[in-house]
Design a protein around this ligand. Sequence first.
Ligand SMILES: [Fe+2]
Length: 202
Amino acid sequence: MFFEQIKYRGDNFTYVVADATSREAAVVDPSFNLDAVIMLLKDKRLKLRYIINTHHHLDHTAGNEDLKSAFNGKIVAHESSILSKDLVVRDGDILKLGDIDIRVIATPGHTPDGICLLVDGKLLTGDTLFVGECGRTDLPGSSPGDMYRSLLKLMKLGDNIEVFPGHDYGDAPHSTIGKERMTNYTVKKRTLAEFVEFMRQP
Ligand SMILES: [Fe+2]
């Protein structure tokens, strides 16, 4: 599998995932990194199948239409998303790139349309889980209760699953579920009420 984490401008990460044999590719969260993404797709001669958005915020989606017009991939987002999209996904859905499976895990909380993507032991977490942090839940459409359940769901994954977030906010650009379970203060054991109160604090 070909996998690249791209940070070109600002702190947003965009990801390129591709099947090395068929060269079918997906770009996850194209935004301000678009020039670098387009160069990479051309350089590696990848065939763009999917433009997947972990949620609708502009800093994850600003490159959707330009990328689609350049390479003709399908824009993919959760069924609840307000984004203009060609394909909707739900929890548990699988997107195929050649022999590679990309599994969709619905993780509302930061936004109602939040999804994480699990591909070959790598979890792309958007703005749900960061290295050492979790996404904000004080924005329009956010839900601390949903975030609580989404983080619990992610923490049930295996220790060795690698975490690739939507922003470079931590002390490293990526992590693992095991490391986050041990060190991330937002996923410490709390009741739902305790978590909601915790997220209310500035
Ligand atoms: Fe966001």
